[in-house]
Design a protein around this ligand. Structure first.
Ligand SMILES: NC(=O)c1ccc[n+]([C@@H]2O[C@H](COP(=O)([O-])OP(=O)(O)OC[C@H]3O[C@@H](n4cnc5c(N)ncnc54)[C@H](O)[C@@H]3O)[C@@H](O)[C@H]2O)c1
Length: 253
């Protein structure tokens, strides 16, 4: 049974708590800067509420699951890895900061722990990781969501952003995590489009990659969470699946 400490009790954290009985894992402790949310979720998961990140890290847990925000990733990973715990990061956008990526890479290596990144709201990362043995000539991701996901109320489809993954995550820290996952998997910075479209009710990601080993065209149309339309249910399922895989004897990667 994998013992988890959960940081962030919002859409993804809540989903994990409600579905934890589907896998061989337990949520032992939870922490959220919003105490009410932590208490609510702790009841569902029968977990202990921690008042600080430090308190959670010191609990008897194997893995710290981050489902909070890109701004907590550095501190959380530092504290968890130094305490001999593995980490799962949902707010992967934090790793668009190359210095932070290298720092955490070396820290995980030093303490012989792992940082896991779920596939999130996209797929095809298995192919993309293989493609990086060859040349990747083009890597583009278009993220198209209903304007309400961006806090907008517009009637026409509008390109909100076109540019590098590094700029994209700065401008949309809670909407384009997948473009960072994609770029890390490909070891190549993706070109990102962020589009608001009032005519769609799904979170749509269109991925196009050209390489000398294979080309990929992939479209994922995600059902968003009702209480947080920025986040796709698939992202939460990918977390559940990753935790399940960790204790499976045979794993497809
Ligand atoms: N990798 C992916 O594909 C993917 C997909 C969707 C969301 N995400 C990311 O995962 C994270 C969680 O998503 P969500 O939809 O559950 O968000 P959410 O906003 O529904 O919940 C986040 C929770 O974390 C808490 N929180 C935020 N900052 C905190 C901090 N510094 N310390 C303690 N608690 C903090 C909030 O109070 C909230 O309860 C977000 O960063 C989101 O951008 C990643």
């Amino acid at each position: 049974m994998v013992k988890l400490g959960l940081v962030g009790c919002g859409a993804i954290g809540g989903f994990l708590a409600k579905n934890i009985d589907k896998i061989d894992a337990n949520i032992v402790a939870v922490y959220d800067r919003n105490l009410n949310k932590a208490e609510e979720l702790a009841k569902i998961a029968n977990a202990k509420v921690c008042k600080s990140l430090d308190e959670l890290i010191n609990e008897d847990i194997d893995i710290v699951v981050e489902a909070a925000s890109i701004y907590i990733v550095k501190e959380l990973c530092e504290k968890a890895l130094k305490n001999g715990k593995d980490v799962i990061i949902m707010s992967v956008g934090a790793l668009a900061d190359k210095d932070l990526y290298i720092y955490l890479y070396n820290l995980a290596k030093k303490y012989k722990n792992k940082i896991y990144i779920p596939s999130g709201a996209i797929g095809g990362l298995d192919i993309i990781k293989s493609l990086k043995f060859g040349k990747i000539k083009k890597i583009v991701i278009k993220t198209i969501k209903n304007p309400k996901s961006f806090g907008l109320n517009i009637k026409e489809r509008k390109i909100l952003f076109e540019g590098s993954v590094f700029e994209a995550i700065k401008k949309f820290p809670a909407n384009v995590n997948v473009s960072v996952t994609l770029s890390i998997a490909a070891k190549t910075p993706a070109k990102v489009y962020v589009i608001a479209d009032p005519n769609i009710d799904k979170n749509r990601h269109e991925i196009e990659i050209e390489g000398d080993i294979a080309n990929i065209k992939l479209v994922v149309e995600n059902v968003p969470f009702e209480d947080n339309p920025r986040t796709s249910k698939l992202a939460a399922y990918s977390l559940l699946r990753l935790i399940k895989d960790l204790s499976e004897p045979i794993v497809i990667l």
